[in-house]
Design a protein around this ligand. Structure first.
Ligand code: LAC
Length: 219
């Protein structure tokens, strides 16, 4: 039976939960979308430039960009938003899916762009620690998803072949890349996105992780 490896941000943890704690203004959602898009763009552009900076640094820089772009969101919220991002909420379906998998006797792990400090904090704050056996940060390889070294990190640390890993991500590009790498992939298409035109093909698509336990049997 496969080992279940999950992406973190957007898949287990709701990246838009930070803004919802502090602002419901008309542009709050747009600011949060720009924050997330810029954060990811920075990972890709730094990687192409042969550079690496901690995901927390990129998260802060992306927030500065988004707050400058969306003037109606109060810039004074920055420290609160960063603190909330450090301790994001888990999606309810993520908690229940992990609980089911553990009850069924499966092993679970996280593979994420997040720095070790961010991942420790968010797992603790969301109280998912009992449901996750291992946490792997890209920091160990010094490069961001979707570089193959990241997916190889999970296989190496777990001591299994890529095709023995069941990888779950709500980030379509991450799901496609893990599939191209050789993992079995479930794309958790939370927001009803169109299929990507990228290498790889996720094996299954679900709308929420609540559908995951029914897809897998006991080990
Ligand atoms: C992660 C990003 C892709 O957690 O959300 O790796």
């Amino acid at each position: 039976m496969p080992l279940f490896v999950f992406d973190a941000y957007g898949t287990l943890f709701d990246v838009h939960a930070a803004i919802r704690r502090y602002s419901t203004g008309p542009d709050a959602d747009r600011m949060s979308e720009i924050w997330r898009a810029k954060q990811l763009e920075y990972t890709w552009t730094l990687t192409l430039a042969g550079c690496y900076a901690d995901f927390w640094i990129l998260t802060e820089r992306a927030l500065d960009f988004a707050l400058a772009r969306v003037q109606s969101v109060d810039k004074a919220l920055k420290p609160k938003l960063l603190d909330a991002y450090f301790k994001l909420d888990a999606f309810p379906d993520a908690r229940s899916a992990l609980g089911h998998l553990k009850q069924q006797g499966h092993k679970t792990a996280i593979l994420s762009n997040g720095s070790p400090a961010m991942l420790d904090a968010v797992v603790q704050a969301s109280r998912l620690g009992m449901l996750i056996d291992a946490v792997f940060s890209v920091e160990a390889v010094g490069i961001y998803k979707p570089h193959p070294k990241v997916y190889q990190l999970a296989a190496d640390r777990l001591g299994i072949a890529a095709n023995a890993i069941a990888f779950q991500s709500s980030n379509a590009w991450d799901a496609y890349a893990a599939s191209a790498f050789g993992m079995q992939v479930v794309w958790c298409n939370r927001y009803g996105q169109r299929p990507e035109r990228l290498p790889g093909k996720p094996d299954r698509m679900v709308r929420s992780l609540a559908e995951l336990p029914a897809l897998v049997g006991a080990p």
